[in-house]
Design a protein around this ligand. Structure first.
Ligand code: LMR
Length: 395
C-alpha cells in the first residue's frame, strides 16, 4: 500500500524546530517557532495554571466523557473574552476544539458544507499553515495584499482596494491582532473602515485570534472582532489559548460563530459538532477545564491577567531594546520598525540566503522570510549576538 506515496514536504516551522533540536552548538539561538520564553529561556507554566491544576487535581472525580462541544464553562468564558461582556450571546455559539488549529479546521470544514464555491483569501504574507488547513477543507485559497515589504507596515490602501473588489463569493481571513508572521498591525480606524466595506460588500469575515493579550491588552486586541460583530450578520472566529495561557501542548482552542439569528447559530453549531464527531469526536478536557477555572475565579483571573501583562511587557521591552541596539550597531534606522510591531513576531524580510547564513554561520534559527520570535531572545548577550549576526548577514 504505502509504496504508492510520493514524499510530502514538511511544514517549514515544524522542520525548523527539528533542525534546532539537532544542532549541537551551545550558543544557538531559537527565534523560530512561536513559543513565549522568559529571560531564562524557559516557557513557564503560568502561576494561575499551576494553581488551577492543583484545584482540578483535588476536585475532579471522574474522567468520563464531557461532550462533543467540550467544556461549556470554557465556551462561555471564551465567548466573553473574545466578543466582550456585552456580546449578543443569543447569536454566538462556541465549540471547544483541540487547539487553535483545530478551531480553524472545524470552522472551514463547517463552511465548506454550505459555501464550497466560495474562495478563501488570506493576507500576504500569512501564517504558513493557513493554506494547508483551508485547502484540506476543500477551498481555493488566494492572497490579499497586507504587508508593505519596504516600510514593514500594513499597506492599508492596497488592502482596502482589494477588499472593495471582493463580495458574496469571498471569505476573508483576518488576523485579529499580532499579525503572524509580520508583526505589522492594523489600527482601530483601519478596522472601522474594513468592517464597513466587509458588511457593504457581503464578504464573509473569518478571524484567526491566536495572540489575544500579546499585543496591547486583552480588550484592545479584540477591537477588530468586536467592531466587525457590530457591522455584519454572521462571522466566525478561531481562538487559541496556546499562547495567552501558555497551554501549548494541552491543545486548547475554540471555534466561535456569530449567526444571523439564534436558530441559524444553533444549526451551524450542530454542523461543527457533526464534523467533530467524525474526526476527533470530543476535545481533550484538561486545558479547557483549567481555563474555565481561571476565568471564573476572581483571584486566579487577576493572577493570570497580571502575568500575561508581564509577558507582554517583556516582549515590548525586547522590541525597544532590539531596535536601539540595531540602530547603534548598524548606524541606521533600518530596523526601527521592530519597536512598532506587536505580538511575538516581526518579519525582517530577509532573502533565503540571509536566513540560511543566520542559521549556518551564526546558529540563529529564524523562519523563512526572516520571521523572528522576539520572545525567544534572552535580554543579555544573546540579544547582542543576534543583532551582530543580523547585521553581518544583511551587510
Ligand atoms: C508559529 O507560528 O510559530 C506558531 O503558531 C506555532 C505553529 O504551530 O506554527
Amino acid at each position: 500500500m504505502f509504496e504508492k506515496f510520493e514524499p510530502t514536504p514538511q511544514d517549514p516551522i515544524i522542520k525548523l524546530m527539528g533542525m534546532f533540536r539537532e544542532d549541537p552548538r551551545d550558543d544557538k539561538i531559537d527565534v523560530g517557532v512561536g513559543v513565549f520564553r522568559d529571560n531564562n529561556g524557559q516557557t513557564p507554566i503560568m502561576q494561575a495554571v499551576r494553581m488551577a491544576e492543583d484545584r482540578l487535581h483535588d476536585q475532579q472525580t471522574t474522567k468520563a466523557y464531557v461532550g462533543l462541544a467540550g467544556d461549556e464553562v470554557f465556551n462561555t468564558e471564551i465567548t466573553k473574552l473574545v466578543f466582550g461582556h456585552d456580546a449578543d450571546m443569543d447569536r454566538i455559539r462556541a465549540v471547544q476544539t483541540p487547539g487553535g488549529c483545530g478551531a480553524l479546521r472545524m470552522l472551514s470544514d463547517m463552511l465548506y458544507r454550505i459555501a464550497s464555491d466560495r474562495k478563501f483569501w488570506v493576507s500576504d504574507p500569512t501564517w504558513g499553515n493557513h493554506y494547508p488547513i483551508f485547502r484540506q477543507s476543500g477551498f481555493e485559497v488566494d492572497a490579499y495584499p497586507y504587508l508593505n515589504r519596504e516600510s514593514k507596515t500594513v499597506n492599508v490602501d492596497a488592502l482596502m482596494e482589494k477588499l472593495s473588489t471582493l463580495g458574496k463569493q469571498d471569505i476573508v481571513v483576518f488576523h485579529a491582532c499580532c499579525h503572524n508572521p509580520s508583526g505589522a498591525e492594523l489600527q482601530p480606524g483601519d478596522w472601522d473602515d474594513i468592517a464597513k466595506v466587509v458588511a457593504k460588500n457581503g464578504i464573509f469575515p473569518y478571524f484567526d485570534m491566536a495572540y489575544q493579550g500579546f499585543g496591547n491588552s486583552l480588550e484592545d486586541d479584540a477591537y477588530s472582532i468586536r467592531t466587525m460583530a457590530k457591522e455584519v450578520e454572521s462571522m466566525v472566529v478561531a481562538s487559541s489559548c496556546s499562547k495567552n495561557f501558555g497551554l501549548y501542548r494541552d491543545r486548547v482552542g475554540c471555534s466561535l460563530l456569530l449567526g444571523e439569528s439564534k436558530e441559524t447559530a444553533d444549526i451551524a453549531r450542530a454542523h461543527i459538532l457533526s464534523n467533530a464527531r467524525s474526526s476527533y469526536s470530543m476535545p481533550p478536557d484538561h486545558g479547557a477545564a483549567l481555563v474555565g477555572l481561571i476565568m471564573t475565579d476572581p483571584e486566579l483571573k487577576m493572577n493570570w491577567e497580571n502575568e500575561l501583562g508581564e509577558m507582554r511587557a517583556r516582549m515590548l521591552s525586547l522590541r525597544n531594546k532590539m531596535s536601539i541596539v540595531l540602530k547603534e550597531k548598524s548606524n541606521s534606522d533600518r530596523w526601527d520598525f521592530i519597536a512598532d510591531h506587536r505580538g511575538m513576531f516581526s518579519l525582517l524580510v530577509l532573502t533565503d540566503e540571509e536566513v540560511e547564513s543566520l542559521r549556518n554561520d551564526h546558529g540563529v534559527y529564524a523562519v523563512a522570510g526572516g520571521r523572528i520570535n522576539i520572545a525567544g531572545l534572552k535580554d543579555d548577550d544573546q540579544l547582542n549576538r543576534f543583532a551582530d549576526a543580523l547585521i553581518s548577514v544583511t551587510r
